[in-house]
Design a protein around this ligand. Structure first.
Ligand SMILES: CC(C)(COP(=O)(O)OP(=O)(O)OC[C@H]1O[C@@H](n2cnc3c(N)ncnc32)[C@H](O)[C@@H]1OP(=O)(O)O)[C@@H](O)C(=O)NCCC(=O)NCCS
Length: 162
Protein backbone atom coordinates (compact mmCIF):
# COMPACT_ATOMS: atom_id res chain seq x y z
CA UNK A 1 0.00 0.00 0.00
CA UNK A 2 1.43 3.43 -0.83
CA UNK A 3 2.11 5.49 2.28
CA UNK A 4 -0.25 8.42 2.63
CA UNK A 5 1.21 11.51 4.30
CA UNK A 6 -0.33 14.76 5.49
CA UNK A 7 0.66 17.61 7.72
CA UNK A 8 -0.29 17.03 11.36
CA UNK A 9 -1.97 19.44 13.72
CA UNK A 10 -3.03 19.66 17.33
CA UNK A 11 -5.77 17.06 16.81
CA UNK A 12 -2.97 14.51 16.22
CA UNK A 13 -1.33 15.06 19.62
CA UNK A 14 -2.46 11.74 21.19
CA UNK A 15 -1.34 9.71 18.21
CA UNK A 16 2.07 11.34 17.89
CA UNK A 17 2.57 11.09 21.66
CA UNK A 18 1.85 7.32 21.47
CA UNK A 19 4.22 6.83 18.53
CA UNK A 20 6.88 8.63 20.60
CA UNK A 21 6.19 6.50 23.68
CA UNK A 22 6.46 3.29 21.65
CA UNK A 23 9.61 4.41 19.83
CA UNK A 24 11.93 6.12 22.30
CA UNK A 25 13.27 5.26 25.76
CA UNK A 26 15.09 8.56 26.01
CA UNK A 27 15.28 11.82 24.00
CA UNK A 28 11.47 12.04 23.94
CA UNK A 29 9.40 15.16 23.43
CA UNK A 30 7.48 16.08 26.58
CA UNK A 31 3.75 16.01 25.80
CA UNK A 32 3.35 19.72 26.57
CA UNK A 33 6.18 20.59 24.19
CA UNK A 34 4.58 18.45 21.51
CA UNK A 35 1.29 20.21 22.06
CA UNK A 36 2.94 23.63 21.76
CA UNK A 37 4.84 22.67 18.61
CA UNK A 38 1.74 21.16 16.97
CA UNK A 39 -0.09 24.43 17.44
CA UNK A 40 2.15 25.97 14.76
CA UNK A 41 5.49 27.67 14.60
CA UNK A 42 8.85 26.84 13.15
CA UNK A 43 8.56 23.04 13.64
CA UNK A 44 6.12 21.26 11.35
CA UNK A 45 4.97 17.66 11.66
CA UNK A 46 4.12 15.24 8.85
CA UNK A 47 2.10 12.15 9.72
CA UNK A 48 2.09 8.90 7.74
CA UNK A 49 -0.68 6.32 7.67
CA UNK A 50 0.51 2.74 7.35
CA UNK A 51 -1.37 -0.44 6.50
CA UNK A 52 -0.98 -1.50 10.13
CA UNK A 53 -0.28 0.26 13.40
CA UNK A 54 -0.13 3.92 14.29
CA UNK A 55 2.07 4.88 11.35
CA UNK A 56 4.86 7.36 11.86
CA UNK A 57 5.77 11.02 11.93
CA UNK A 58 8.60 13.36 11.11
CA UNK A 59 9.20 16.77 12.65
CA UNK A 60 11.02 19.33 10.50
CA UNK A 61 12.25 22.63 11.87
CA UNK A 62 12.77 25.80 9.83
CA UNK A 63 14.76 28.86 10.87
CA UNK A 64 14.39 32.29 9.35
CA UNK A 65 17.27 33.05 7.04
CA UNK A 66 18.56 29.46 6.97
CA UNK A 67 18.56 27.25 3.92
CA UNK A 68 18.96 24.15 6.05
CA UNK A 69 15.86 22.38 7.35
CA UNK A 70 16.51 20.34 10.48
CA UNK A 71 14.87 16.98 11.00
CA UNK A 72 14.06 17.29 14.67
CA UNK A 73 12.52 13.86 15.14
CA UNK A 74 11.44 10.82 13.15
CA UNK A 75 9.67 7.76 14.50
CA UNK A 76 7.61 4.90 13.11
CA UNK A 77 5.48 2.84 15.51
CA UNK A 78 6.84 -0.70 15.92
CA UNK A 79 3.78 -2.25 14.22
CA UNK A 80 4.34 -0.16 11.09
CA UNK A 81 8.09 -0.67 10.60
CA UNK A 82 9.92 -2.10 7.58
CA UNK A 83 7.15 -1.05 5.21
CA UNK A 84 8.95 1.99 3.80
CA UNK A 85 7.13 4.46 6.06
CA UNK A 86 10.30 6.26 7.24
CA UNK A 87 11.63 6.51 3.68
CA UNK A 88 8.33 8.01 2.55
CA UNK A 89 8.43 10.49 5.44
CA UNK A 90 11.99 11.53 4.53
CA UNK A 91 10.93 12.03 0.92
CA UNK A 92 8.01 14.14 2.02
CA UNK A 93 10.20 16.18 4.37
CA UNK A 94 12.62 16.83 1.50
CA UNK A 95 9.81 18.04 -0.74
CA UNK A 96 8.38 20.12 2.10
CA UNK A 97 11.77 21.75 2.72
CA UNK A 98 12.39 22.40 -0.98
CA UNK A 99 9.07 24.21 -1.15
CA UNK A 100 10.38 26.51 1.59
CA UNK A 101 13.52 27.24 -0.42
CA UNK A 102 15.77 25.06 1.71
CA UNK A 103 18.69 23.42 -0.04
CA UNK A 104 19.41 20.66 2.46
CA UNK A 105 18.08 18.53 5.28
CA UNK A 106 20.24 18.06 8.38
CA UNK A 107 19.80 15.86 11.46
CA UNK A 108 21.51 14.40 14.49
CA UNK A 109 21.44 10.67 15.14
CA UNK A 110 22.98 8.50 17.83
CA UNK A 111 26.05 6.79 16.41
CA UNK A 112 24.74 3.50 17.83
CA UNK A 113 21.31 3.74 16.14
CA UNK A 114 22.09 1.36 13.29
CA UNK A 115 18.56 1.13 11.80
CA UNK A 116 18.34 4.92 11.57
CA UNK A 117 21.89 5.41 10.26
CA UNK A 118 21.25 2.77 7.58
CA UNK A 119 17.96 4.44 6.65
CA UNK A 120 19.60 7.87 6.33
CA UNK A 121 22.61 6.64 4.39
CA UNK A 122 20.28 4.82 2.02
CA UNK A 123 18.46 8.09 1.33
CA UNK A 124 21.67 9.95 0.52
CA UNK A 125 22.57 11.51 3.88
CA UNK A 126 26.30 11.95 4.43
CA UNK A 127 28.40 12.78 7.49
CA UNK A 128 28.61 16.55 7.99
CA UNK A 129 29.95 16.73 11.55
CA UNK A 130 30.10 14.92 14.89
CA UNK A 131 28.98 16.26 18.26
CA UNK A 132 30.80 14.58 21.12
CA UNK A 133 28.65 13.90 24.24
CA UNK A 134 25.63 15.45 22.54
CA UNK A 135 23.16 13.19 24.34
CA UNK A 136 22.50 13.20 28.09
CA UNK A 137 24.10 9.78 28.49
CA UNK A 138 27.27 11.06 26.83
CA UNK A 139 26.80 9.41 23.45
CA UNK A 140 28.14 11.12 20.34
CA UNK A 141 25.74 12.42 17.69
CA UNK A 142 26.48 12.07 14.01
CA UNK A 143 25.33 15.14 12.11
CA UNK A 144 24.14 13.99 8.70
CA UNK A 145 23.11 16.14 5.76
CA UNK A 146 21.43 15.55 2.39
CA UNK A 147 20.61 17.88 -0.45
CA UNK A 148 16.87 18.19 -1.05
CA UNK A 149 17.57 17.63 -4.76
CA UNK A 150 17.34 13.87 -4.41
CA UNK A 151 13.92 13.88 -2.83
CA UNK A 152 10.59 13.57 -4.55
CA UNK A 153 8.52 16.62 -5.24
CA UNK A 154 5.40 15.12 -3.65
CA UNK A 155 3.09 17.89 -2.56
CA UNK A 156 1.87 17.37 1.00
CA UNK A 157 -1.49 18.84 1.97
CA UNK A 158 -0.72 21.41 4.64
CA UNK A 159 -2.48 21.95 7.92
CA UNK A 160 -4.16 25.32 8.40
CA UNK A 161 -2.49 26.77 11.43
CA UNK A 162 -3.61 29.93 13.16
C1 LIG B 1 14.54 4.08 12.30
C2 LIG B 1 13.04 3.99 11.94
C3 LIG B 1 12.48 5.41 11.83
C4 LIG B 1 12.90 3.25 10.59
O1 LIG B 1 11.51 3.26 10.23
P1 LIG B 1 10.91 2.22 9.14
O2 LIG B 1 9.62 2.78 8.66
O3 LIG B 1 10.90 0.86 9.71
O4 LIG B 1 12.00 2.30 7.99
P2 LIG B 1 11.79 1.87 6.44
O5 LIG B 1 10.83 0.72 6.37
O6 LIG B 1 11.45 3.09 5.65
O7 LIG B 1 13.24 1.34 6.11
C5 LIG B 1 14.03 1.86 5.06
C6 LIG B 1 15.43 1.28 5.13
O8 LIG B 1 16.07 1.68 6.35
C7 LIG B 1 16.92 0.60 6.84
N1 LIG B 1 16.36 0.06 8.09
C8 LIG B 1 15.17 0.39 8.68
N2 LIG B 1 15.02 -0.30 9.83
C9 LIG B 1 16.11 -1.10 9.95
C10 LIG B 1 16.53 -2.07 10.92
N3 LIG B 1 15.78 -2.34 12.02
N4 LIG B 1 17.71 -2.67 10.76
C11 LIG B 1 18.50 -2.40 9.68
N5 LIG B 1 18.14 -1.50 8.69
C12 LIG B 1 16.97 -0.87 8.84
C13 LIG B 1 16.87 -0.46 5.77
O9 LIG B 1 17.88 -0.15 4.83
C14 LIG B 1 15.48 -0.23 5.17
O10 LIG B 1 15.34 -0.74 3.87
P3 LIG B 1 14.87 -2.29 3.67
O11 LIG B 1 13.64 -2.48 4.54
O12 LIG B 1 14.58 -2.35 2.20
O13 LIG B 1 16.03 -3.11 4.15
C15 LIG B 1 12.27 3.16 13.03
O14 LIG B 1 12.95 1.96 13.26
C16 LIG B 1 12.08 3.88 14.35
O15 LIG B 1 11.12 4.65 14.54
N6 LIG B 1 13.01 3.66 15.31
C17 LIG B 1 12.91 4.24 16.66
C18 LIG B 1 13.04 5.74 16.64
C19 LIG B 1 14.33 6.20 15.97
O16 LIG B 1 15.39 5.65 16.17
N7 LIG B 1 14.22 7.29 15.17
C20 LIG B 1 15.34 7.89 14.50
C21 LIG B 1 15.95 8.91 15.40
S1 LIG B 1 17.25 9.81 14.58
Amino acid sequence: MPVSIREAGRQDLDRIDRIEAESFDADRFARRNLSRMLAGGRTRFLLAEAAEGLGGYIAVSFRNGSHIARIYSLAVAPGARRQGVAEALLDAAGAFAAKRNCRALRLEVRASNRPAVKLYEGRGFRLHDKRIAYYEDGETALVLEASVEGFSRTVIPEQDTP
